[in-house]
Design a protein around this ligand. Structure first.
Ligand code: CMX
Length: 137
């Protein structure tokens, strides 16, 4: 299993359209579009930064994990996504090492990526997402 790169950094915001203006027009990142990820109850916007991306996240309902995060902590870095070439192997090695997986098998996230979250208690306080491109399996 190869760890390829930081795929994206997720930033929780209360109003995605407002924050796209900053990241696209002021910071100058390339805005790649937005989509709703129903299963995760979020709307996401991706902005390219070198070989990585910023993912803005806005909750689509009050019971979204991002709504809970905003309520407790306010806007800010929500998660870091690590791109791997074999997500099943990455999940397996985490479980063997005793890490707490939120997802024990991959789910489908934005851009049809295969994703699995690792609990912040097992990573030093940062919510981590493992992700794999759909074409890699
Ligand atoms: N980063 C760091 N710590 C976090 C966190 C985050 N994003 N979210 C929660 N925590 C911490 C809390 O501060 C809390 O810590 P303490 O116990 O020290 O107070 C602990 O984790 C538990 O938090 P909680 O508020 O009680 O929330 P839950 O246990 O209900 O849920 C979590 C936490 C991480 C399991 C849940 O948010 C989750 O399943 N997240 C993964 C799914 C997700 O976030 N989806 C949206 C992104 C979609 C996408 O990118 O496609």
């Amino acid at each position: 299993m190869t760890v390829e790169k930081i795929d994206h950094i997720g930033i929780a915001v209360d109003n995605i359209e407002e924050w796209i203006v900053y990241y696209r027009d002021t910071l100058g990142l390339d805005y790649q579009g937005s989509e709703v990820v129903e299963e995760q109850k979020v709307k996401v916007a991706f902005l390219q930064i070198g070989e990585s991306r910023i993912e803005l996240l806005e909750p689509t309902s009050d019971d979204s994990p991002v709504a809970k995060f905003l309520e407790k902590r306010g806007t800010g870095i929500h998660h870091i996504a690590i791109r791997v070439d074999d997500i099943e192997a990455a999940i397996r090695s985490h479980k063997e090492a005793g890490a707490r997986m939120i997802d024990e098998s991959p789910r489908i996230g934005a851009h049809n990526m295969r994703i699995a979250f690792i609990h912040p208690k097992s990573t030093g306080g940062v919510l981590m997402e493992l992700c794999q491109k759909p074409s890699d399996h």
